[in-house]
Write a protein that binds this ligand. Structure first.
Ligand code: KMT
Ligand code: NI
Length: 178
């Protein structure tokens, strides 16, 4: 089941839990445009996929045992996922096994951490600043859903490309009217 809380902003490995003890409600997540559901079966995910017109999907596995290039290559990949960025499309993930942390910025630019485990579906809107990491168990298997050709290029915060992107402008407009 998903857990949502403010990141403690304390030093330590980014794969640590970093739970500040300040929970965040699902209403708060909705206000910043984040969609969350827990589903026992992939059939239930299929219903949402149909409603939202996600026609395609693939599977991603991140684990020290199977990552091409071994643990060092996985660590490098994790560091890339953990750089604050946005995408021009939604980021849609359904956790099949293992666990991971998605951090998203709230409306005051503070990090909210979503701890996801098996059965959790998370949809990040296009244009929201976020980052991802595995937990210390260093293992996740997830479905990635998308509409057509996915635009998964990460636009890093602080670049003109991210700040002036269509998705950023639209995202800020959408949360301002909520
Ligand atoms: C991403 O884009 O950050 C990822 O795909 C992370 C792994 S999905 C659980
Ligand atoms: Ni991303």
């Amino acid at each position: 089941m998903g857990a949502f809380y403010y990141h403690d902003e304390l030093p330590g490995a980014f794969t640590d839990e970093h739970n500040s003890g300040k929970p965040v409600s699902l209403e708060q997540m909705e206000k910043i445009g984040v969609f969350y559901r827990h589903f026992e079966t992939v059939e239930e995910v299929d219903v949402v996929a149909k409603e939202r017109n996600y026609k395609n999907r693939d599977e991603i596995v991140l684990s020290e045992a199977t990552f091409p290039g071994g643990p060092e290559a996985l660590q490098a990949k994790l560091e890339a996922f953990y750089k604050e960025h946005l995408h021009e499309d939604e980021e849609i993930r359904y956790i099949l096994d293992g666990e991971g942390y998605f951090d998203v910025r709230d409306d005051n630019d503070r990090w909210i951490r979503a701890k996801l485990t098996k059965g959790d579906l998370l949809i990040l809107p296009a244009g929201i600043y976020h980052r991802f990491t595995l937990s210390n168990s260093k293992y996740v298997r997830a479905l990635r859903l998308f509409k057509d050709e996915p635009k998964w290029v990460a636009l890093d915060r602080g670049t003109d490309q991210a700040e002036s992107s269509f998705s950023r402008t639209e995202y800020l407009r959408s949360v301002s009217v909520k």
